[in-house]
Design a protein around this ligand. Structure first.
Ligand SMILES: Cc1ncc(COP(=O)(O)O)c(C=O)c1O
Length: 421
């Protein structure tokens, strides 16, 4: 684990902030479903002299000399990614999930072409065509939705109708706030009918797929998988693009570099390789399975209390609660209240939310980070009881303060990998 001795002496301000963050992460409950705790080995791999090296290009074909070790690192990251997801080709250079998606769009489409993706209030991501992104100046985005928000079932008939009408170049399966699994085979059949590529943005569920707790879109013939590496996959912040088709692989490589990015961030690629190595270990399967067990238990406990969950449960790592219906409170008020007791999650739109994105009706929470800390089903019961107590006692500052202390004491029983304070 890094000692931070040099930082402490040279820059006390930054060191103090870092120490504060380490303590916050240890003393609090992290329920943001896109967050996780990396191991000490991943942390060491991402902070070192690989930062000093320019490596534009790909292993064996670089623009600068001195690549004997960067090539080793990038080749290992690629090989491990391929093994983990059954891919024929992996590009590990995207700096994050958003660049991975943008590079994929530009590899497969011309300006004016269309992407068919999930409606944003039904769980799609900003990079799937939110009007605030520049992407919408270049490409057209059309939508499919759930047909029933009580079950989460996607409306595949509507998806097919839209696809036949709009002739998308890409049909996109990928979600930031969708608690169910989709039918990739049905999407692939629709894409084949209209001659579209199939792309899965599995940023949220990559770790579940790697650990066998969610279906791999390649097994249903998907063309492209994009992902982040820092959510359930438990690696450094970064992105990745994979395919089984060598020709598409070449297009992806050209699109990432030189099409879109400059030099790869080699220390992050080293850390990706380490994280993929961890995910290839048998224990990672147990981790992925436990994430889902924990999320299901949490969902069941909330529903027992009468809370209203979007799709009435979960199949993956996250759950969404309609706070207005459940407790007569908007999502922001609940996010702030839970922050006061040391439980971090985020406000979120519910499907077809009548409220605004910055003041939505719901909250979103997930179990990847707390599962990394070793929490199990019984601990989920405890966490739900803390959250329900916070709701009940929200007008009572001393009860909220006492609850915060209880949450802190509970959390400190579970070590955070990579952090020693
Ligand atoms: C489905 C999905 N795709 C892409 C991204 C973007 O990833 P990044 O924040 O690393 O750019 C996210 C991030 O939340 C996501 O949930």
């Amino acid at each position: 684990m890094p000692s931070f001795d040099a930082l402490r002496i040279q820059d006390p301000d930054i060191f103090a902030a870092l120490q504060g963050e380490m303590l916050r992460q240890r003393e609090g409950v992290e329920l943001i479903p896109s967050e996780n705790y990396i191991s000490a080995a991943v942390m060491e791999a991402m902070g070192n002299c690989f930062n000093n090296k320019y490596s534009e290009g790909y292993p064996g074909k670089r623009y600068y000399g001195g690549q004997q070790y960067t090539d080793v690192v990038e080749r290992l990251a690629i090989e491990r990614a391929k093994q983990l997801f059954g891919a024929g080709h992996a590009n590990v250079q995207p700096h994050a999930g958003a660049p991975a998606n943008v590079a994929t769009y530009f590899a497969l489409m011309e300006p004016g072409d269309t992407v068919l993706g999930m409606d944003l209030s039904h769980g799609g991501h900003l990079t799937h065509g939110h009007p605030v992104t520049y992407l919408t100046k270049i490409f057209k985005f059309v939508r499919y939705k759930m047909k029933d928000t009580e079950t989460g079932a996607i409306d595949y008939d509507e998806m097919r109708e839209v696809a036949l009408r709009e002739k998308p170049k890409i049909i996109l399966a990928g979600y930031s706030a969708y608690p169910r699994q989709v039918d990739f085979a049905k999407m692939k059949a629709i894409a084949d009918e209209v001659g579209a590529y199939t792309m899965a943005d599995m940023a949220h569920v990559a770790g579940l797929i790697a650990g066998g707790a969610a279906r791999n879109p390649f097994d249903d013939g998907f063309d492209i998988i994009t992902t982040t590496t820092h959510k359930t996959l438990r690696g450094p912040r970064g992105g990745m693009i994979m395919t089984r088709d060598p020709e598409l692989g070449k297009k992806m490589d050209k699109s990432v570099f030189p099409g879109f990015q400059g030099g790869p961030i080699m220390q992050m690629i080293a850390a990706k390789a380490v994280a993929f190595g961890e995910a290839l270990e048998p224990e990672f399967k147990d981790y992925a399975a436990q994430i889902v067990k924990n999320a299901k238990r949490m969902a069941a406990k909330f529903m027992e209390s009468g809370a209203k969950l979007v799709t009435n449960g979960t199949d993956n790592h996250l759950l969404m609660i309609d706070c207005v219906t459940s407790w007569g409170l908007p999502g922001q008020a609940v996010e702030t209240l839970f922050d006061e007791v040391g439980i971090t999650l985020n406000k979120n739109m519910i499907p077809d939310d009548p409220r605004k994105p910055m003041d939505p009706s719901g909250i979103r929470m997930g179990t990847p980070a707390i599962t990394t800390r070793g929490m199990k089903e019984d601990d989920m019961d405890r966490l739900v009881s803390y959250m329900l107590k916070a709701i009940e006692k929200r007008e009572d500052p001393s009860a909220i303060k006492a609850l915060h202390e209880e949450v802190k004491a509970f959390c400190l029983q579970f070590p955070v990998p990579g952090i020693a304070v």
